[in-house]
Write a protein that binds this ligand. Structure first.
Ligand SMILES: C[S@@+](CC[C@H](N)C(=O)[O-])C[C@H]1O[C@@H](n2cnc3c(N)ncnc32)[C@H](O)[C@@H]1O
Length: 372
């Protein structure tokens, strides 16, 4: 797997590019704030909401046939690890400690069962897509013997105060999770600020704010290697919707991301250094960040028992009567490993090159709320 990991060297060059454009634009911050066309923003928010609202919920059988079956499961492993790791940290030695969570950009509630497994006590779910929120509530209502209570909020978390909508606005969260959603706020500085305010204003000191986002360094690095700013493989395609020759805008650096039946609405690059700088204004201290390739290396030993349970990896060679999800040529890494082992009745757990290329577009981050 590691041979398919993120390209760190190129990543850091791109980091310099982003940093340069950051320096350039920081002197012009007021312009950044004022240069955000309100009409466009409103339009984009409704495009995103409509897109997620209309995403079909696939049955288990369909999901098994999906060309991104293992990628989805791997992403679920990453989210499970984040949830387990940081719930354990805030719980510490106090077994019965009551934990409250904000799941912001929650979608249809893909993490409901993870919160249940983590034995948290209350979760507020928030998302811009009202139909997704309704589906999230229905899924919650279907959980038998649910251990936690919940509230569901449909709101644009980059523009509205969600605290105003809490049943109890004096609530204190121990964990705030934003999975695969924060990048939508990078349309403009006020939107990032509103998102950060929503994520942090009720987070207790010592609590954690974590999430997953597309890794801008990785995207820019891959785009630089392509002649037209567009790259991908059979399951994904990313196209920059701005001209890098004019620099990388700090906000509104739009790109199209197509991923097999999952995402196909424009997103925004997150300049992580800038994000971290802004996060500090909200009393957040960065405690961890890594591309998902490195995240896997950092956590696989401790959380390896979860890998087969979540079915993160495909067996190579394919078991009798089954087919590999990708073309044989996408498994060179697994083939050479398999050839090196003596016991040929064993198989190798792996992911197709195409799926791994998508997995490593993403990164994870964890912030801790500082004590004042
Ligand atoms: C890729 S989905 C991730 C859903 C869920 N967190 C998960 O991991 O399964 C991104 C979610 O972000 C939500 N989102 C996008 N922009 C948002 C905004 N401005 N406010 C709240 N939610 C937003 C979308 O509606 C969508 O449900």
């Amino acid at each position: 797997m590691s041979s398919l990991g993120a390209d760190d060297e190129n990543g850091s060059n791109v980091g310099n590019d982003l940093n340069n454009s950051q320096r350039h634009l920081e002197s012009d911050r007021t312009e950044c704030i004022n240069n955000t066309g309100t009409n466009n923003k409103t339009e984009h928010a409704s495009v995103v909401a409509a897109h997620y609202n209309h995403l079909e919920e696939k049955g288990i059988r369909e999901r098994f046939k999906s060309p991104i079956f293992y990628l989805r499961n791997f992403n679920n492993w990453v989210k499970s690890v984040l949830i387990q790791e940081y719930v354990d940290r805030v719980r510490g030695n106090v077994y019965g400690k009551r934990l409250r969570v904000l799941d912001i950009c929650c979608g249809k509630g893909g993490d409901l069962s993870k919160w249940q497994k983590a034995c948290v006590n209350h979760v507020i779910f928030a998302d811009i897509a009202n139909i997704s929120i309704q589906q999230c509530k229905s899924r919650f209502d279907e959980i038998r013997k649910c251990t936690f209570t919940a509230q569901f909020i449909a709101a644009d978390c980059t523009k509205e105060s969600i605290r105003d909508k809490y049943t109890d606005p004096s609530i204190r969260f121990d964990i705030v999770s934003c999975q695969f959603g924060l990048h939508y706020s990078f349309e403009s500085l006020p939107q990032v600020r509103r998102m950060l305010k929503n994520a942090t204003e009720c987070l207790s000191p010592g609590g954690y704010f974590f999430g997953t986002i597309p890794n801008a360094y990785e995207i820019v690095s891959r785009a630089k290697k392509s002649p037209n700013g567009q790259f991908g493989n059979r399951i994904y395609n990313i196209k920059l919707l701005f001209d890098p020759k004019d620099g990388y805008p700090l906000f509104g650096a739009k790109y199209d991301f197509h991923l097999e039946g999952v995402v196909n609405c424009p997103e925004f690059l997150v300049n992580f250094d800038l994000f971290n700088k802004l996060a500090r204004e909200y009393d957040l201290e960065l405690v961890y960040k890594a591309g998902l390739g490195d995240f896997y290396k950092d956590h696989m030993e401790k959380y390896k028992q979860l890998l087969p349970k979540i079915m993160c990896f495909e067996s190579y060679p394919a078991p009798p009567g089954k087919q590999l999800i990708g073309d044989e040529s996408e498994y060179e890494h697994a083939k050479s490993f398999y050839e090196s082992i003596d016991n040929k009745s064993q198989t190798v757990g792996t992911m197709s090159k195409c799926e791994w290329e998508v997995a490593t577009v993403y990164m994870a981050f964890v912030f801790k709320k500082c004590k004042k």
